[in-house]
Design a protein around this ligand. Structure first.
Ligand code: FAD
Ligand code: MG
Length: 306
């Protein structure tokens, strides 16, 4: 028999767990479906989230999960939600969503998407293995630990200007252009004003801790590297539901209103999949909003009146 929940949360990391906690505390029946591929699973330390600074990010997620599962109205399914379908109204005037995980069907009156995103890493030999260890994207997450040592920014496009102009606050910075773009006069002046050194030679590979091998055979050693990585939502669920999307500089995200409801009534979205700026703190705050507002719509009805 198909089990029916008040809310199904797809994605059981920081955003989804935070949403679930609000709903569990309202004694609502909640199912969390999670395939366990957190965006920060490559890093062994997480920074910038109060009370958890420096903690292993998998420990933060595991603690949150075990606290959530203390609530008797919460179920957990490990796996990938493949499809979500909106099935119109029941005889009680309630909208129902069908969620499929392999051959199992689950139903709910509301959906919260906390899908996160996947970083699409530049194709540079040696970069992937060092992602989250000595190659990063977020200066606030990992800049401080470089102890003001030398920092290399590997350009991916003109958007890398942003990294290059920020990072001198964390250490002496070299912008490795790697033929990704050609700075104009204004950009060159801005880089010079921040003391950024330019390296125009193409990058061949990354070796050692953060040693950049250039095509001409030379090698530049850094304390840490920053690279621009576009991101993508890995699931087709937003398309299946016909959700409005929004373009951010590095990828497409789910459009929500201030209450974290999407363009489709009854579907909420939170965390990295639904915001241009990413952090655990922001994902947790977003999840809190999505959880509370999904609950509110169960109590008082949806925007569409259903
Ligand atoms: P995620 O944590 O990415 O979780 C999404 C979950 O949804 C995953 O478990 C995924 O498997 C699941 N999922 C997706 N689709 C489906 C589906 N169809 N069915 C079932 N499950 C699904 N932030 C900080 O604040 N501090 C840091 O120090 C920090 N370091 C970082 C280091 C690295 C290398 C990276 C890449 C990011 C870092 N971040 C850091 C950012 C942080 O990882 C994200 O902001 C945060 O993980 C977002 O949480 P989320 O819940 O939205 O998504
Ligand atoms: Mg339970």
């Amino acid at each position: 028999m198909t089990k029916t929940y008040d809310v199904i949360i797809i994605g059981g990391s920081y955003a989804g767990l935070s949403a679930g906690l609000q709903l569990a505390r309202a004694r609502r029946k909640v199912l969390v479906i999670d395939e366990g591929l957190r965006r920060n699973r490559f890093a062994s330390h997480s920074h910038g989230f109060i009370t958890q600074d420096g903690v292993d990010p998998s420990v933060i997620a595991a603690d949150a999960r075990s606290q959530l599962m203390e609530y008797s109205t919460v179920d957990w399914v490990s796996g990938r939600a493949e499809t979500v379908q909106r099935n119109g109204l029941t005889t009680f005037g309630q909208v129902l969503f069908d969620v499929m995980v392999e051959a199992s069907r689950y139903q709910s009156r509301r959906i919260i998407l906390a899908l996160g995103v996947r970083d699409v890493l530049p194709e540079i030999q040696g970069l992937k293995e060092r992602w989250g260890k000595s190659v990063f994207h977020c200066p606030y997450c990992h800049g401080y630990e470089l102890n003001q040592g030398k920092i290399g920014v590997i350009a991916g496009s003109a958007l890398s200007m942003h990294h290059a102009l920020m990072l001198p606050d964390w250490g002496p910075t070299t912008l490795l252009l790697n033929q990704a773009f050609t700075p104009d006069a204004d950009q060159l002046a801005a880089l010079a004003a921040r003391g950024v050194v330019l390296e125009r030679g193409p990058v061949k590979s990354i070796t050692g801790h953060a040693d950049v091998r250039l095509l001409d055979g030379s090698c530049l050693s850094f304390e840490g590297l920053f690279a621009l990585a576009p991101f993508e939502i890995t699931s087709q669920i937003p398309q299946q539901l016909g959700l409005d999307m929004e373009e951010s500089p590095l990828g497409s995200i789910i459009r929500t209103d201030a209450m974290k409801e999407t363009s489709v009534p009854g579907v909420f979205a939170c965390g990295d999949a639904a915001r241009p700026m990413a952090s655990i703190a922001l994902a947790v705050a977003d999840g809190n909003l999505a959880g509370v507002n999904a609950h509110r719509s169960l109590m008082f009805g949806m925007k569409s009146g259903e």
